[in-house]
Design a protein around this ligand. Structure first.
Ligand code: ADP
Length: 331
């Protein structure tokens, strides 16, 4: 069995976890990026690509399984669904993740609280404006009234940063003043259970820098570009709700895109003093899982050994092979 992925995002973890479970590894890498994977000794099998689109033409080996991650979603968009290698997980989940309306639909179907959406005419509270296809919150802006929205939009249009189409498709949401956290779930078909293996928070620039200065006289627009991740444990009394969110999302996914989520997924949350609000879900491994190569407190409760998300994936694949059930995991 050979586990492959694309060289970026969480590839080091994915290849390392596969090796820990005794599986072979392979990485598809943009030309010039190969040395990282050589230096960290996670694979000897490096395939160079001129562009991510070349992934759509690769000839997979007969026993190859591909682990999708955020880079293929960000770079290939819907074409990611056409990668010609069997992937671990449900391809339909990737589509539900990519499409902002579908993403919210799944969360809402699971009765998970999401930020209120509004029309620009009704903006009456701090709101965040999101444009289609924005990656890592790039180009989002905040506003508190219709006038401020119009002023900022016309500014962005004048600068050529957005198009009229972007404006028509912009999503305006209530701004959640909360602390963010990203629980990492894994749905095991073998054990028929949802395992919550760890939690991280993203370290986003410049928004995570704004608390360090007085903003009174400065007019700084926050940006949400992720540059890293920090570990987090949650107050134990909040844990049942985090677990419940994961269970409910899985049940809704089974209804909306059967057979539903398989393996790793995540819910992007902001917690206020009163509630847990979800911005988004992801249907695959998130980069914050790489904090826990040696396991997290939560994975330790379950496994008592060093269980990263990637190793968990590899373990499930091995168990599925042992039970001759691999086809239930691959799409
Ligand atoms: P992406 O799809 O690029 O990950 P998200 O929609 O998840 O973008 O948003 C990126 C970041 O923007 C989030 O991690 C969060 O910090 C912030 N954010 C998004 N929506 C809201 C909201 N409604 N209220 C407050 N912050 C938000």
């Amino acid at each position: 069995m050979i586990i492959s992925t694309v060289g970026s995002h969480s590839a080091l973890q994915i290849l390392h976890g596969a090796k820990q479970e005794g599986l072979r590894t392979k990485v598809y890498c943009l030309k010039g990026k190969e040395s990282l994977y050589r230096r960290y000794l996670v694979t000897k099998n490096i395939v160079s690509l001129d562009s991510y689109e070349d992934l759509l033409d690769v000839k997979p080996e007969s026993d190859e399984i591909f682990i999708p991650h955020g880079t293929i979603i960000a770079t290939l968009d819907e074409k990611a669904l056409e990668i010609p290698i069997p992937i671990f997980g449900n391809r339909k989940g990737l589509l539900w993740e990519m499409k902002r309306e579908k993403n919210l639909q799944l969360l809402q179907d699971a009765a998970i609280r999401t930020p209120k959406s509004m029309d620009y005419e009704n903006i009456n509270q701090p709101s965040i404006v999101k444009f289609p296809g924005a990656k890592g919150g790039e180009g989002y802006f905040l506003c508190s009234s219709k006038e401020e929205f119009e002023r900022k939009i016309s500014n962005l249009l004048n600068l050529g940063k957005i198009s009229k189409k972007d404006v028509a498709e912009a999503q305006i949401q209530e701004y959640i003043v909360g602390v963010t956290m990203y629980p990492h779930y894994f749905y095991s078909i073998i054990y028929d259970r949802v395992e919550m293996l760890g939690i991280d928070r993203r370290y986003e620039t410049n928004v995570d820098a704004l608390g360090r200065i007085s903003q009174e006289k400065m007019n700084i627009n926050p940006s949400y570009k992720v540059v890293g991740n920090q570990p987090l444990i949650i107050r134990e009394s909040l844990l049942p709700e985090i677990l419940d969110y994961g269970d409910r999302l899985l049940e809704s996914s089974k209804r909306l895109f059967s057979p539903g989520l398989i393996g790793p997924y995540c819910i992007e949350l902001a917690l206020t003093a009163e509630e847990m609000v979800a911005f988004e879900f992801t249907s695959r491994i998130v980069a914050g899982t790489s904090l826990y190569i040696s396991g997290s407190p939560y994975s330790n409760f379950l496994f008592n050994e060093e269980m990263s998300m990637a190793r968990r994936i590899a373990r499930e694949i091995k168990m599925a092979m042992g039970q001759r059930r691999l086809e239930e995991f691959l799409t």
